[in-house]
Write a new protein. Sequence first.
Length: 444
Amino acid sequence: MARLFGTDGVRGLANGDLTPELGMSVSSAAARVLYDRDDSRRRVALVGRDPRASGEMLEAAVVAGLTSAGADVLRIGVLPTPAVAYLVKELGADLGVMISASHNPMPDNGIKLFSAGGNKLPDAIEDEIEARLHEHVERPTGVHVGRVRDVPDALRRYTDHLLIAAPSRLDGIKMVVDCANGAASEAAPDAYRRAGAEVVAINAEPDGLNINDGVGSTHLDVLQAAVLEHGADLGIAHDGDADRCLAVDAAGDVVDGDQIMAILAVAMCESGELTDNTLVATVMSNLGLHLAMREQGVSLRTTAVGDRYVLEELRSGGYSLGGEQSGHVVLPGHATTGDGLLTALRLMGRVAATDTPLAGLTKVMRRLPQVLVNVRVADKAAAVVAPEVTAAVADAEVELGETGRVLLRQSGTEQLVRVMVEAASEQNAQDIADRLAKIVSAIR
């Protein structure tokens, strides 16, 4: 059977794959796992959600599951995922639950779990929770049933933390923020205004149905148009749960996660914050980031695709900056997970501190043209190791030299091989990608 927990919690079609019964079972099992490790005290869980309509239903189910297992619940309402991670630690909770499907469309939803320190749960704990979903247990009664209370100052606590973690004032900066009609719709404009920026907030009116609907970090054309319309210095785009940040400069050009990491790495190197002068990124980061960091004397460590792998590498090496091209950026000195608002504050802080437009800061890195071709195959594992494929990849790497890169990887969910090629020109990258894709598709 497929594992219930994916790379980012439990996710699926709300009230279809992800039912309230499943939400109740997952949260109840998580509480029981906590009590099995230490039943000497009452356990506390913190629950937040994004504004999609099904979150109301799933929040009720999760709260019921937790309290039925004897855990007390602190309910913080609609706030970003990184706010849940932070407040779990800040409020001394034993468990954090975020109900969100991030950048997925409105009909989907998900359940993400955080440990007492605000970190994502290890695979072993998730497996234990899954194994105990349907066990028969004697539930607590009377005074041992969990209680629920709201945390009315959760937003202020979170934005206070952000302003401490990103101390540079933003006075004089005019910016547009696209909140994706998601969890950051109140928190992001509030944080940026408190930092001193002139803020134009768009897509910040969630109605439960419009989250990620043609807006946010996966639809940057909306932000690009707004930046030009308002004559702003820059724009920031978040996804539905605001763990992601992408940017747009004053001319409307996109600044992706690789460029943001390059800018922050240089800033942190100058301030002495960049541990071992090392940046952590995934194998999908642009070769331009590798070349830029080499020029700056910064080491670049790469991981598999997925923010959990970036987090693992950051923790194991004690590093202070990492992330993904998609805009998930982690600053472990201030957050235990990707925080789009913190990333945006640090990026805009660099603009303000250097008095340099965002377009000027992006010059630290030249983004090489990158082409990605998805090839459907009968056996993805066999295709990537086939002798004719490995030989063709080797020939392409010789052809590209240090001015390009080839990466073949298997899809995690489909019988696809993803062929990625970077080269000095887009036409060269496309030609090589098409050539390799043809060879991969011929594997039987």
